[in-house]
Design a protein around this ligand. Structure first.
Ligand code: ZN
Length: 469
């Protein structure tokens, strides 16, 4: 692009889906290894903005040590006569795409979860300063969203400054989310759709309703409306609700039509308020995964920031891989944190009455929205680390899912022949609707898998190598 002659690497849509592996990275910014990271967009008065100014607070790319991870923040401040604060969420979400247009520069996630990597090759080509990244952002924002007349960008890597701004950013996100609460899906006749994630998940269409935030947790219904108004042909668009086909599962004829069209016929139906049947597709940037645990007939939830394994023995990335990529996977559901605060949250499946486990950190964040009578019935990692511990906990606390077990046990006993009862049936050690396994250079995907084993041996690759010696 001639627009970027003064930037040492290429810039274009073709780089959008590019991943940078650990071995190929020069440095990493944000990501799971650091707590303080954020990106934030603010609408300001024109006199508060010095157009095209780029500020770097803390070490620049060239001052960073190869292979290291740094805390990181991006602050985008914009002004324009028709810009409203309602557009902040949508402007902020574009940072993801525009950073990814830069050759050898990868951006994942959003808000307080951002994770960026600069590739070695691009660093060697001369991409050694945030000045270049800032230039790209200036030009892309102004050319793609002409309502932005003035823009200044600040990159923060100084840990002290970052801590201060991070806390401010978190408060701004919370205020934004709170503003969007209260409106009901029944009270509007339009929803919004978002295909910003199609570069990574080609069949994914996010359906954003007042009571169902985008999977990434960064775009509310109000944000969607503001974006569709200023840029109706853009990646965020209006979805006519059409006829209400199922009020419990959340099926709307207009949503089905829009998703079918925008996924090029790949996804035909979507049920908005359930993780079963035709669940909403999962892109790759969802904040959490709701996963069905067949042993207790309930849902576990794990969020992106959770470093340990979930109660079923699987970590976030494994559970995320089981549902990501724009697929509809029965019982695996990529969601935003804000959706857990919605009365429509897994409505058709029993809502919070069906949730049995989640990390303490998330429980703390959403606890005001969990029905009071359920609050101490939902386990965290402190109460249950295994399925057995979870079962005991749920029984002791009389969680509503326990009622479901009784029905099931009766049914099983009636059906089972006498001799089968002698020996206790083995429990599956792994249960997954889609279970990807990588072996010998192949990726094998097991559908509806239940794996039984007499003994499970988990060995890290390192110990295997050292054994061979
Ligand atoms: Zn997404």
């Amino acid at each position: 692009m001639s627009m970027f002659k003064d930037v040492p690497v290429d810039v274009g849509v073709i780089y959008e889906g590019e991943r940078i592996r650990k071995e190929d990275m020069h440095v990493e910014l944000g990501g799971p290894k650091v707590k303080e990271k954020f990106e934030l967009a603010r609408v300001k008065k024109p006199e508060e903005i010095e157009d095209e100014k780029i500020t770097i607070i803390g070490p620049d790319l060239k001052d960073m040590e190869e292979g290291k991870t740094y805390p990181f923040g991006i602050l985008i401040e914009v002004a324009g006569p028709t810009l409203e604060p309602e557009l902040e969420g949508v402007i902020e979400r574009r940072i993801h795409a525009y950073c990814n247009y830069i050759e050898g520069f990868m951006h994942l996630n959003q808000r307080y979860d951002i994770w960026l990597r600069l590739g070695k090759k691009s660093f060697q080509k001369g991409l050694n300063s945030f000045q270049y990244v800032g230039k790209v952002l200036h030009r892309l924002f102004k050319s793609e969203l002409p309502i932005i007349e003035k823009i200044q960008v600040t990159f923060i890597t100084d840990p002290e400054k970052l801590k201060e701004l991070y806390n401010e950013a978190v408060q701004i996100y919370e205020a934004r989310d709170a503003r969007a609460r209260g409106l009901k899906d029944e009270e509007v006749d339009k929803f919004y759709g978002c295909i910003l994630c199609q570069s990574f998940a080609p069949t994914h269409v996010c359906v954003i309703t007042p009571q169902r935030y985008s999977n990434c947790g960064a775009i509310s219904w109000f944000d969607g409306r503001a974006a569709a108004n200023v840029d109706p042909k853009g990646p965020v668009f209006t979805v006519e609700k059409g006829d209400l086909l199922d009020p419990v599962k959340g099926e709307f004829s207009g949503v089905n039509d829009a998703v079918k069209k925008k996924s090029l016929g790949e996804i035909m139906r979507v049920w908005l308020y359930t993780a079963f049947g035709y669940p909403h597709t999962s892109c790759g940037c969802f904040e959490a995964v709701a996963f069905y645990i067949p042993e207790v007939d309930g849902f576990g939830i794990i969020h992106r920031g959770y470093r340990d394994i979930a109660v079923n023995g699987l970590g976030f990335s494994t559970l995320a891989d089981s549902t990501a990529g724009g697929r509809q996977v029965d019982g695996f559901h990529g969601i935003s944190i804000e959706y857990m605060r919605s009365p429509k949250f897994l409505q058709a499946d029993g809502g919070w009455g069906r949730v049995v486990w989640l990390p303490k950190e998330v429980k703390e964040r959403v606890k005001d929205f969990i029905p009071a009578e359920l609050l101490d019935k939902v386990a965290t990692e402190e109460e249950a680390k295994t399925i057995d511990e979870l079962k005991t906990f749920l029984k002791e606390h009389n969680h509503p899912v326990v009622e479901r077990w009784k029905e099931e046990i009766v049914a099983v006993e009636e059906a089972a022949p006498a001799e089968a009862k002698e020996e206790a049936a083995p429990m599956p050690v792994v249960t997954a609707t889609t279970l990807p396994i990588t072996a010998g250079g192949f990726k094998i995907i097991l559908k509806d898998a239940k794996i039984y084993a007499k003994k499970v041996i988990v060995r890290s690759m390192k110990s295997e190598k050292s054994e061979k010696r």
